[in-house]
Write a protein of this length. Structure first.
Length: 266
């Protein structure tokens, strides 16, 4: 089995470059923000970071395909880099420090492309998380200064901490009743949103999280980090991996109950 460590090192180099670009424009008074056709915001920093990552990938991995949120797919083949230049753009443009660059390498396999490398870099929080298939998940300042991630061992909902993004998506899908029942059952709920709760699941500080509507670039990097930390990452339909257009992540011990509540009246 490939060890993917060279690809992981490259992903860190890409994240370093993106961090420099996005941090430079964070809280800039002249930051330009547009509205995309799906009514979500995109800033000049989103576009610049993705262009920067694409340029470096084209030089370092010219045979690999690239899929990014802002510029779509380029190239074909069994390896595909998946990029979200700024996950949490709404936070970014308002000066909230909870945003990150998400970089993943996916390889063709059974059931389609699967993530084998993931890096989530949140420079405004001073945090970075990463994983490579078969090598575990880590957090730290660099590859050589890192701590291994492990999910929690909480096995009762009444002891569990559950994170989510917002209520509107659950309501739009007709899942709000089950969602609210779950929040009444668990020990604690918090709406951290975006990439952060998945990283908290991986590091064991919360026990489960879910979102009702996502794209592949929102999930590819977080999925491999959660699973390499010993957790479970599926769609709400229980399909493993980042392919369902929604996500549920947990320490594994609570996953069936998590999905049960979110699907109970759907």
């Amino acid at each position: 089995m490939p060890d993917y460590l060279d690809d992981l090192r490259l992903a860190h180099v890409l994240a370093d470059a993106a961090d420099a670009a996005t941090t430079d424009r964070f809280k800039a008074l002249d930051l330009k923000v547009e509205t995309k056709p799906d009514m979500t915001p995109v800033s000049e920093a989103d576009k610049a970071a993705e262009e920067l990552i694409r340029g470096q990938l084209q030089r370092a991995r010219p045979r690999d395909a690239i899929l990014g949120e802002e510029y779509g797919v380029e190239g074909t083949g069994p390896r595909r880099w998946v990029i979200d230049p700024i996950d949490g753009t709404k936070n970014y443009v308002r000066g909230v420090p909870v945003w990150a660059t998400l970089i993943s390498l996916m390889e063709a396999g059974e059931g389609g492309f699967q993530p084998v490398v993931g890096v989530v870099s949140a420079p405004a929080l001073g945090r970075r998380w990463w994983a490579a298939k078969g090598h575990g998940a880590f957090t730290g300042r660099s590859l050589t200064k890192a701590s291994r991630l492990n999910v929690s061992r909480v096995n009762k909902l009444t002891d569990a901490s559950f994170a989510y993004s917002s209520l509107s998506g659950w309501e739009a899908q007709g899942r709000l009743d089950g969602f609210l029942d779950l929040t009444r059952e668990v020990w604690r709920t918090r709406a951290y949103g975006d990439f952060w709760p998945y990283m908290m699941v991986a590091e064991g500080s919360i026990d489960m999280c879910a979102e009702p509507e996502l794209s592949l670039w929102d999930m590819a990097a977080t999925a491999i980090i959660v699973t390499e930390a010993g957790g479970t990452f599926t769609g709400l339909d229980a399909r493993p991996g980042p392919h369902s257009g929604d996500a549920a992540a947990s320490n594994g011990l609570l996953h069936d109950e998590l999905l049960g509540y979110l699907n109970q009246r759907y």
